[in-house]
Design a protein around this ligand. Structure first.
Ligand code: ATP
Length: 232
């Protein structure tokens, strides 16, 4: 059952997470945190969502997160991590962030829908700003070209990717193909069919069907991967 915000409960949680906004993104983050073994309090103003998440999270509470006294009453100040997962209502997202900073939360994550939203959130005191839609769009664009089988881009255009071993690496040790000096990327792992990934070593011999995990600047990984087989 969902709980309403007037209910009192002792929930002291130095390493627990409060997720504000139980839409598609917030709900998914909250349930993943539960699967990882964390205590999670979800807050949303919509009764149906609070009902839905009532027995899926440690606590699900119906409340307006822009109301500081309600948030205080809920014990939100005891949480060390907070995620503001309100995307489309910019004012509600920023007001909620202000409340969380007033309450002294040490680690606040904000989902932003636009660069402006992200900039203001950072000015107000968000410790991390994430852009799930934009990030996923960029990731899918890389995967859709067929050169990369998986791809994660970090800050400043640095990425890690899973690719088919490019032809120039076949039938020789990694040290001999000189991938790092010629392409500016590092092979960190190698997977052979029916085997687990192994850490790449200079003497690791590459076969045509191998998969590689490579890290480096995104553009350089793309160039290196373009020598690989295209995904069917
Ligand atoms: P999604 O993650 O589904 O893409 P979204 O980015 O479109 O969501 P919204 O739908 O605007 O974001 O907000 C996400 C959730 O946050 C909604 O379930 C909404 O009810 C909740 N929400 C918005 N404002 C508040 C508020 N002031 N207090 C509590 N919950 C709120």
């Amino acid at each position: 059952m969902g709980r309403i915000f007037t209910e009192q409960f002792a929930f002291s949680a130095s390493d627990s997470v409060v997720v504000i906004g139980l839409g598609r993104f917030g709900g998914s983050v909250a349930q993943s945190l539960i699967r990882l073994g964390h205590d999670v309090m979800g807050i949303d103003q919509r009764e149906d969502l609070v009902q839905f998440f009532g027995d899926r999270l440690t606590h699900a509470v119906q409340a307006d997160s822009t109301n500081e006294s309600v948030m205080l009453q809920l014990g939100v100040a005891d949480f060390s991590h907070a995620i503001v997962a309100i995307g489309s209502d910019l004012a509600a997202s920023l007001m909620t962030l202000m409340v969380l900073t007033e309450l002294g939360i040490k680690d606040i994550w904000v989902k932003a829908q636009t660069p402006e939203h992200g900039q203001i959130a950072q000015r107000i005191g968000a410790h991390h700003v994430i852009f799930p839609e934009a990030d996923m769009g960029a990731r899918v664009a890389h995967l859709i070209t067929g050169r990369m089988m998986d791809f994660i881009e970090f800050e400043d255009g640095f990425a890690i990717a899973k690719i088919h071993a490019p032809a120039e690496t076949h039938h020789q040790a990694l040290a001999d193909s000189q991938v790092r000096s010629r392409h500016g990327v590092t092979v960190v792992g190698v997977k052979r069919a029916n085997q687990d990934f192994q850490h790449a070593q200079p003497e690791t011999h590459i076969l045509p069907a191998d998969l590689l995990i490579v890290s480096g600047p995104t553009k350089k990984i793309e160039l290196f991967a373009s020598g690989g087989r295209k995904r069917k």
